[in-house]
Design a protein around this ligand. Structure first.
Ligand code: IPD
Ligand code: CA
Ligand code: CA
Length: 270
């Protein structure tokens, strides 16, 4: 793909993440009126998730009708496409529906199998995390929080800051609690705010020193993976073994801490 096409999608993704975040926020301001349904254990969906995804899909379809789209709530229209938008209309739905502020809109563009563009917008903090992985002409290198450069913090051990840790009931508790024990035993500390996308963006911004979750879906994390790479950090090859469809474990950190974090997870396949 030509770099001008990447630049056009990057600009569009940033605008769309902001617009979709403000759209979702109109529902957040009248939570008493919205319908919430259960999808599984500790997994809910609201009319705000569905309407925001429809809004995003319509805008992408108008602007880039030849591109594919994979979204959490609206399905999979990506057969045979090399440019795929991967969207989570609201990441942190449990927070959203319970009137907590840590949720965001996550929009990624995967090009020829590589997480390339990321735009994640937190309408409560008015923060847009964005970046493009890899070097492309016409595109500013690096990652950003609004218009400020974002850089991963590279610490030498777990005492160097706070680590994001995510868990959903797609995983087993036994896959996770030994990890927390090892982290705490090494003088580390964990943070969870209910939005994997936002915590991963905090890694890109140097607020958290890394992130681990034993299973996460592509729409939760691919935008942030592109942003972390653009911010000088390291992630596992999330899309390996059809991570796009099936999800995968996610590990992200600065270059020095990354191998230690992989060791701490106890996952042999990372
Ligand atoms: C979830 C959140 C949560 C993470 C889960 C995700 P949702 O997404 O990102 O932090 O632990 O793996 O499924 O349901 O809020 O869009
Ligand atoms: Ca999500
Ligand atoms: Ca979601």
């Amino acid at each position: 793909m030509q770099s001008s096409d990447i630049a056009a999608r990057y600009t569009f993704a940033q605008q769309l993440a902001r617009e979709a975040g403000e759209f979702a926020h109109t529902y957040f301001r009248r939570l008493d009126e919205i319908t919430v349904e259960s999808k599984g254990t500790q997994d809910e969906v609201s009319v705000a998730d569905r309407d925001t995804e429809a809004f995003i899909r319509q805008r992408i379809g108008e602007a880039f009708p030849g591109d594919g789209i994979l979204g959490e709530e609206g399905g999979d229209d990506r057969a045979g496409k090399s440019v795929i938008w991967v969207i989570d209309p609201i990441d942190g739905t449990a927070c959203f529906v319970n009137a907590m502020y840590t949720w965001c809109v996550s929009i990624a563009v995967v090009i020829d199998g590589a997480p390339t563009i990321g735009a994640v917008y937190d309408p409560n903090a008015k923060e847009l995390f964005h970046g493009v992985a890899g070097a492309h002409a016409n595109v500013s290198a690096g990652a950003w929080v609004n218009d400020k450069p974002a850089k991963v913090k590279d610490v030498t051990d777990f005492k160097g800051g706070v680590l994001g840790a995510g868990f959903s009931h797609r995983s087993q508790p036994d896959e996770f609690t030994p990890f927390l024990h090892r982290l705490l035993s090494q003088g580390g500390m964990f943070y969870r705010n209910g939005s994997g996308a936002l915590m991963l963006c905090y890694v890109a911004a140097g607020r958290l020193i890394g992130y681990y979750e034993p299973h996460i879906n592509s729409w939760d994390c691919i935008a942030a993976v592109a942003i972390i790479q653009a911010a000088g950090g390291r992630c596992n090859d999330f899309l390996a073994n059809d991570g796009m469809t099936e999800g995968n474990a996610i590990v992200a950190a600065g270059k020095t801490l990354y191998p230690q974090l992989v060791g701490l997870t106890g996952q042999a396949t990372l």
